[in-house]
Unconditional design. Sequence first.
Length: 270
Amino acid sequence: MQNKLNSLFSLLDDSNIEVVQEAMAELLKHEAEINEYLARHQESSNPKLRKRIHQLQAIMIMRQRRESFAKLLSSNDLNLIDGLIAVHLQWYDNDSEHFLLELWERFFKASERFAPKNISEIAYFMRKCGFETASTDELQADSFCLGPVLDDLVGADFILCALASQLAEKWGLELEIIRVMNQFLLIDKTGKALSPANSWQLVSDVDSQKCEFWSKKQILELASTMLFTFAVGSNSFRYVHTIGHSLAKVLGEEKLDFLPYPYGPKKEKK
């Protein structure tokens, strides 16, 4: 096996790109065995070899993230913030989990001076912070990514609901995310609802029997799907590939065979 791997590694700086791609594809079938070599040569003085090694490491990181995201969504004890971080890293793949956790902790620390005890006080804090929903015409990929939402205070309504619900959970409050007439809101056990789209105003006439209650898993799948949509819309092959495979993994699929070429395999004409 080691002789085979050594032969494949020797092809990484080949001048024929097809040979390089075939070698990389073969090497990726043996991730556990190639880690040590990659770590040892990632700063190689050979620029071609260094580039290929970095590419292999990036692919392996994205694979690990896909596996982690699928595993996270299948967990019975799903942490929504961990999930939002995983979604963010699908788009901003050079960011670190540590950096995003720091942003979240800073957000939570800001709430300590308010110590919200009910849904009204959660509304007051979110309004005081300046969080706003992005208008439908202004929705961008950033509207679904934890980092930009916490930095810029603008996001999709369901992402803001997710943030507020997790903040509430930190303070011992149970708020659920619902959708009514294509708008996402938060609702407490007494039936009081909170609307991010309406400047965090409380809504008292929501009939919980007519609401769609959204799970944490559904929220994360929606966020990931929206990023996938933006990737397709911007014709970003890289993100269509990485996010598409992440969603496919969640659905129990391994390939993007359902997508048209060039994102999926080229279909033969009948």
